[in-house]
Design a protein around this ligand. Structure first.
Ligand SMILES: [Zn+2]
Length: 136
C-alpha cells in the first residue's frame, strides 16, 4: 500500500494534473497541422469521458519555428550586408581621398604646362624679334 501510494505520487509529480484532477501524461499529436508535436491535455482525453479545458503544447509551433529560422537567416544576411555596406563606405572614403590628392597633383601639373607655354611663347617672340632686327 505504502509503495503503491508512493509510486502514484511520483506519477503525479511527473505529470501535471488537469482540471478534472487527473494526471496529464505527455502525448504526441498526429494531426496534419501538428504532426509529432508533443502536448499535455486533460487526463480524460481518449477515455470517452467529459474533458476539461486543460491543454498545453510542450513543443513549439513548427510554423513559429520555421519563421524563427527565417528570421535568424535574415538577421545573419542583414549583418553580412551591414558589413559589406561598411566596406563600401570605407572604399568610397578612400577613393574620395585619392581624388583629392590627384586633383592637387593635376593643379601642379597644369601650372607646369602653363609656365612651359609662356616660356615657349616668349622664346618665339624673341626669335621673331631677332629675325626682324637681322632683316633691318
Ligand atoms: Zn481534465
Amino acid at each position: 500500500m505504502t509503495s503503491s501510494s508512493s509510486s502514484s505520487s511520483t506519477f503525479q509529480m511527473e505529470y501535471p494534473i488537469c482540471h478534472c484532477g487527473k494526471p496529464s501524461p505527455l502525448r504526441k499529436s498526429n494531426t496534419k497541422e501538428n504532426p509529432g508535436r508533443r502536448f499535455l491535455g486533460c487526463g480524460n482525453y481518449e477515455k470517452g469521458k467529459k474533458k476539461c479545458e486543460f491543454f498545453y503544447w510542450v513543443d513549439p509551433d513548427p510554423k513559429v519555428k520555421q519563421i524563427e529560422d527565417k528570421i535568424e537567416v535574415l538577421e545573419s544576411e542583414k549583418r553580412a550586408l551591414h558589413l559589406k555596406c561598411q566596406e563600401m563606405e570605407n572604399l568610397v572614403q578612400n577613393l574620395a581621398k585619392e581624388n583629392k590628392k590627384l586633383k592637387k597633383k593635376l593643379v601642379v601639373v597644369e601650372g607646369v604646362v602653363v609656365s612651359y607655354k609662356w616660356k615657349s611663347f616668349i622664346l618665339l617672340c624673341a626669335c621673331i624679334m631677332l629675325w626682324f632686327t637681322r632683316k633691318l
